[in-house]
Design a protein around this ligand. Structure first.
Ligand SMILES: NC(=O)C1=CN([C@@H]2O[C@H](COP(=O)(O)OP(=O)(O)OC[C@H]3O[C@@H](n4cnc5c(N)ncnc54)[C@H](O)[C@@H]3O)[C@@H](O)[C@H]2O)C=CC1
Ligand SMILES: O=C(O)C(=O)Cc1ccc(O)cc1
Length: 380
């Protein structure tokens, strides 16, 4: 099941009852969630850290309304508790929370990149009248810490929830309601299945990126030209190797069984390439690229950063001087009000993409007709 919140528009009628949200670990993910709710009607965000200087930072950056180093102070009056600490700490936090008199109906959730172990652990402890519901926003970056938090991190991303047969339907509904502010698309699935799939599409790529960078770093010890010549492709495929070592240590160890199987498959995949090379099987190698191109084209593309502009479209443009100016001029001459123009990608010889934003649906409609008339490809 998927619930798409990407066009969520809060209105005065949506003013909720007062909601207190406690966030444990206000880093990249906890901080980005806090920003989605901070300042919204009736919401109070409390940030927790074991470290007083971190609490002071959360407050000075304005990411939370209140801050504390006391687990009890953060948790006891909370309607929602978000555990946003490394995966290896989740079970300990759940144990601590189980010792507190939590509010009846309080929903405890986490954002950990693995789900099976925390869901299983929550099932073994007594949380009183509070409820645990596992969660995983499928968005992030190689950056970490509250300084990297952004309000639009989850926009149009998937946000996985992993209820069990014991999860009250009302808890799932309340969580989905709260997550509307993130503009993520909520997907409900089983925690074990989550770990298999996310192991393949996220954890394995992180391992491969780190292995590749370290392999090249070793070559570089004998000749600094390796580093100097490392070009765009190397950067593209290895960006995630810069991710936080502790966060990723916990994820990989936690998903060990899934990853060992995936790594065995990966070794076989590389072995097949070695055989193709050994035989100088050019057709076989081209076929591998064709297959990969085909699947990669089908990957969903994520559109982000449109929180304030509700009507937008994308235009593929050749990288020729003057094209952008021509489009903007034509829109101006047709009196179509463009509220924002953003170049999504533009490199020599590679078509770029423009994101055009309009305040009014009518402007968008007219602009699409006009730009299509100019023979450019427009999509949404
Ligand atoms: N980095 C990413 O792209 C994504 C990460 N996640 C998950 O989100 C969680 C948090 O990750 P990030 O926000 O990226 O990390 P982060 O490093 O930006 O934030 C982690 C937070 O946990 C606190 N923390 C670290 N070690 C701790 C410890 N031993 N005890 C108590 N608090 C501790 C830090 O002070 C910080 O506030 C992790 O469970 C991770 O698996 C989920 C989706 C994406
Ligand atoms: O930066 C990237 O491309 C990521 O892969 C981000 C990410 C990291 C960890 C997650 O559990 C989910 C998303």
């Amino acid at each position: 099941m998927t619930v798409d919140n990407s066009d969520f528009k809060p209105s005065a009628g949506d003013r909720p009852a007062d909601i207190r949200i406690a966030i444990f670990g206000v880093g990249l993910i906890g901080g980005s969630l806090a920003l989605c709710w901070k300042g919204k009607p009736g919401m109070t965000i409390v940030g927790h850290s074991v470290n007083p200087s971190s609490v002071a930072k959360y407050l000075s950056l304005g990411v939370v309304d209140e801050g504390t180093t006391s687990i009890a102070e953060a948790a006891v009056n909370a309607d929602f508790i978000f555990l946003c600490v490394p995966v290896g700490r989740l079970n300990d936090y759940l144990d601590e929370l189980a010792r507190l008199p939590l509010k009846a109906g309080c929903i405890i959730t986490d954002v950990g990149s693995t789900k099976a172990s925390v869901v299983a652990h929550a099932n073994t402890i007594d949380l009183g009248e509070a409820v645990f519901l596992g969660g995983h926003p499928m968005a992030g970056s190689e950056r970490s810490g509250v300084e990297a938090a952004t309000i639009d991190l989850f926009e149009n991303a998937f946000y996985v929830l992993t209820p069990t047969g014991d999860t009250p339907p009302n808890a799932l509904e309340r969580m989905q309601e709260l997550l509307r502010w993130t503009r993520a698309k909520v997907v409900v699935t089983d925690s074990v299945l989550h770990d298999s799939i996310v192991g393949a599409i996220s954890h394995l790529p992180h391992l491969i990126a780190v292995g590749l960078v370290n392999q090249i770093a070793r070559y570089n010890e004998s000749n600094d030209l390796y580093r100097s010549l490392a070009a765009g492709g190397f950067r593209d495929i290895t960006r995630i190797a810069s991710s936080d070592p502790i966060v990723w240590r916990d994820i990989l160890v936690n998903n060990k069984d899934v990853l060992l199987t995936l790594l065995a498959d990966w070794k076989m995949e590389m072995e097949r390439f070695a055989e193709l090379l050994e035989r100088e099987d050019g057709e076989g190698i081209s076929e591998q690229f064709r297959q990969a191109n085909g699947f990669r084209k089908q990957l969903p593309e994520r559109r982000k950063g449109m929180i304030h502009s509700l009507h937008e479209c994308y235009v593929d443009v050749p990288d020729h001087p003057g094209v952008i100016g021509r489009i903007a001029t034509e829109l101006g001459q047709a009196r179509i009000n463009l509220s924002n123009l953003h170049i999504v990608e533009s490199r020599e010889d590679v078509p770029g993409t423009l994101r055009l934003s309009f305040k009014e649906a009518a402007d968008l409609e007219q602009a699409v007709a006009l730009i299509r008339g100019m023979q450019y490809k427009v999509y949404f």
